[in-house]
Write a protein that binds this ligand. Structure first.
Ligand code: FMN
Length: 188
């Protein structure tokens, strides 16, 4: 299953149109696409002196708020796309909150988390000034490095490149769903 994890709080607009293209690409590539929207997930409570049950039990003490279910869906996915509108040069807060909590539970610096080895497509849409896309992608990139997720591609979609970047999002999702592996050279 290909899971699209979205931080977008809106039902329409630039970011929503990109999510639609990713979903279309997955389906055309023969994959089963599911979408997980985490726009409203609460932030990490930062238990204890910095670590809580996340450190050893790999579960969040507050997971009943929807986090446990979201974590399980990520665990069940073979391939993922993380997609967000850019807010302040960063991920939208809901996605950041989810990934912060997931990274703690994943604790995959030991290579055993639910993300380890999974290919992930990263997409950021700075739809205002168009600034902040790189810092947002860098933040998402760092999450992947901490969890052992394997980055398939970084795509930045803004107001003036949306025609060809939406097409790129479709093509990347399709290639990933068809089984293309990160790091394998494509024949010309
Ligand atoms: C709090 C907030 C901060 C934002 N910061 C940025 C930003 O740093 N750079 C940018 O290009 N757009 C920024 N935007 C605009 C969003 O990226 C986005 O384009 C806007 O919410 C409309 O999204 P949509 O067309 O996907 O519906 C911000 C929007 C909000 C609500």
């Amino acid at each position: 299953m290909f899971l699209i994890v979205s931080g977008n709080p809106k039902a329409d607009g630039l970011c929503a149109s990109v999510v639609d293209e990713v979903r279309r690409g997955v389906v055309d590539g023969g994959g089963a696409a599911e979408t997980l929207t985490v726009a409203e997930l609460a932030r990490c409570h930062v238990c204890g002196d910095g670590w809580g049950t996340c450190l050893k039990a790999r579960r969040c003490a507050f997971g009943g708020d929807g986090f446990d279910e979201a974590q399980a869906r990520v665990g069940a996915a073979d391939r993922l796309c993380l997609v967000t509108p850019v807010y302040w040069g960063e991920m939208a807060e809901g996605l950041k909150s989810f990934l912060d909590r997931l990274r703690r539970c994943d604790n995959a610096m030991r290579g055993q988390g639910v993300l380890a080895g999974k290919p992930v497509l990263l997409i950021a849409s700075p739809g205002g000034s168009g600034g902040g896309g790189l810092t947002c992608l860098d933040q998402m990139d760092r999450f992947c490095r901490h969890t052992g997720a394997v980055i398939f591609d970084h795509i930045l979609v803004n107001r003036w490149n949306q025609d060809y970047k939406r097409a790129a999002a479709y093509a990347a999702a399709r290639a990933l769903a068809e089984g293309r592996e990160p790091g394998v050279t494509v024949e010309k």
